[in-house]
Design a protein. Structure first.
Length: 125
């Protein structure tokens, strides 16, 4: 059995460097394009991408044509599940609305459980 699932953990790819956040989202889109199941987990300060206004204001390319929200919207449209880490949410959330592209909450245990699957790879950015 080959690899058919990928879990992308966004940890350092946070709003302090939007150009770094585009890469894991492109990997997610590419994986979906070849029919892999894809989950993105927003952890640490990267959970702030889930807060309304943060991703919409983050330009990810030098031409100023793409925002992180553009990527998150495409991911959602293609069936990528986007989760917020519960611990990170507790640490960083101050009542901001959550964008509709977010699937829900999960945690480190869920990511670690993925490592037990032969058909899954976990990438950390």
């Amino acid at each position: 059995m080959g690899v058919s699932r990928v879990v992308i953990v966004m940890w350092q790819a946070d709003p302090s460097a939007p150009q770094k956040a585009a890469a894991p989202l492109v990997y997610a889109l590419c994986a979906r394009a070849i029919d892999m199941e894809v989950e993105i987990h927003l952890t640490s300060s990267a959970v702030r991408w889930a807060f309304k206004g943060v991703a919409a204001q983050a330009i990810s390319d030098q031409r100023g044509e793409q925002t992180i929200l553009d990527y998150l919207e495409r991911c959602q449209e293609m069936g990528v599940k986007i989760y917020m880490c519960g611990m990170a949410l507790t640490e960083h959330h101050r009542g901001e609305p959550i964008i509709p592209q977010i699937t829900g909450q999960t945690g480190a245990t869920a990511v670690m459980a993925q490592l037990q699957r032969d058909d899954t790879r976990v990438l950390v950015f």
